[in-house]
Ligand binder design. Structure first.
Ligand code: PHB
Length: 407
């Protein structure tokens, strides 16, 4: 099975290709945004760790400027770093590799989070490329109400160095915590993606206009992070979308295929550890089912045909993979490794279950973002499943729906 074969990735060596996808789980401390209940987050990640396997952390804020919710962790403070160290140690004790996903949410952070106790001096949400707010959505706010999204303050050109410096400091902390690699989150309509897409980036300075200008901040951030980790230990996530598919938080571009092709060609020159690409079928909303019949699992891949030939290094695919479609994607040469999210949440021993063809424990979506151990650390490994009749055969995932949903 190709999923179970070794993969050199930058200067990391993976023993198999079943990666834990970065997943928001909202279990960090409400006020400090640190994983201060170390036994909880450490247990969660360690349960999913396998010798030579790659785990990618949940999206982790590089500064409080992008704070968009309680309970998402950061990695700017000594306390956050100390807590991450305990989590990384638990993962390393199981022999796995751990990449820290570095995140700035840009316009998706609500302005009311300015009042959060973890807000750093000189950092205030909400910022973006331009004053274009996330359309048609409400956001959770500091007080817990759902309000319209905030109109972001466009970052000034003379602030970009400080933004890159925030990423650099976060990388310094990630290194101190022991992370093997870092991943710069350039996807899903968050800050760096807001700069890439001309529906959001309306700037006329060196950070807007041409595709080259719109990718400038991403490249400056990567250069800053590369002073801490070598490129061979840096990953980047991007989420190419296309006309007719869902846009990530309303992030649009007039020519997304050309945009992402240019970005991927540019990233190819950096010899990064990996490129993580989201398949557009990923985005929750329309496929928000609580069970294995989610139609997203049957939708065809769209990225490889457009982008695979533009990139020589390792590409990890993510979004709506079943074990069978993941194996097929490796066979077809579409991806080098596959990141699993939902099924890895409910199957801490997912690599073993895939190897052994064992049926899977269904996930409980309403517990994805709950704040306790329930739905987090209490999913059993196969041998400990009391009622095996409740398990889903791997081959039936997505199969009971007659027609896949249209993009
Ligand atoms: C989320 O918390 O919903 C989230 C975070 C990071 C992503 C996507 C979604 O890349």
């Amino acid at each position: 099975m190709l999923l179970d074969s070794a993969l050199p990735m930058g200067d990391l060596s993976l023993s198999h290709r079943m990666v834990l996808a970065p997943l928001t789980r909202m279990r960090a401390n409400h006020d400090t945004l640190a994983h201060d209940d170390a036994s909880l987050a450490a247990t969660y990640y360690a349960q999913r760790a396998t010798p030579g396997g790659l785990l990618i952390s949940e999206a982790t804020l590089v500064s409080s400027e992008g704070l968009l919710d309680h309970n998402v962790p950061g990695i700017w403070s000594p306390e956050q770093t100390r807590c991450w160290t305990q989590v990384v140690d638990a993962v390393h004790a199981k022999g796995a590799l751990f990449s820290c996903q570095l995140w700035h949410t840009g316009r998706n952070a609500h302005a009311t989070f300015a009042a959060h106790p973890a807000m750093q001096a000189g950092r205030v949400p909400t910022v973006s490329a331009s004053d274009v707010r996330t359309p048609g959505q409400t956001r959770s706010t500091y007080t817990g109400d759902k309000l319209d999204t905030s109109v972001p303050r466009p970052l000034r050109a003379d602030e970009m160095g400080r933004v890159a410096e925030d990423y650099r400091l976060a990388a310094v902390n990630a290194k101190a915590a022991g992370f093997d690699a870092v991943e710069v989150h350039g996807a899903h309509g968050y800050l760096l993606d807001q700069f890439l897409n001309n529906g959001v980036n309306r700037r006329t300075d060196a950070y807007g206009g041409s595709v080259e200008n719109r990718m400038r901040l991403l490249l400056e951030v990567l250069a800053a992070v590369a002073t801490v980790y070598p490129n061979s230990r840096i990953g980047v996530r991007i989420s190419p979308h296309h006309e007719g598919s869902m846009k990530y938080y309303g992030t649009e571009d007039s020519d997304p295929d050309a945009l992402y092709a240019a970005v991927i060609k540019r990233l190819d020159k950096l010899d990064l550890a990996y490129l993580l690409l989201t398949e557009p079928r990923w985005f929750g909303g329309a496929f928000d089912k609580d069970h294995a019949t989610d139609p997203g699992f049957k939708m065809a891949l769209v990225n490889p045909a457009k982008f695979r030939k533009l990139y020589r290094g390792c590409i990890i695919g993510a979004g709506g993979f079943t074990p069978a479609s993941a194996e097929q994607a490796l066979k077809d040469g579409d991806y080098d490794a596959i990141a699993f999210g939902r099924w890895f949440i409910s199957n801490p021993d997912l690599p073993d279950r895939i190897r052994n063809g064992q049926p899977l424990t269904p996930y409980v979506r309403k517990l994805f973002y709950a704040h306790t151990a329930e739905g987090y650390t209490d999913y059993p490994v196969f041998d400990a499943v009391a009622d095996k009749s409740a398990l889903v055969p791997q081959t039936s995932i997505g199969q009971s729906l007659s027609a896949p949903a249209k993009l």
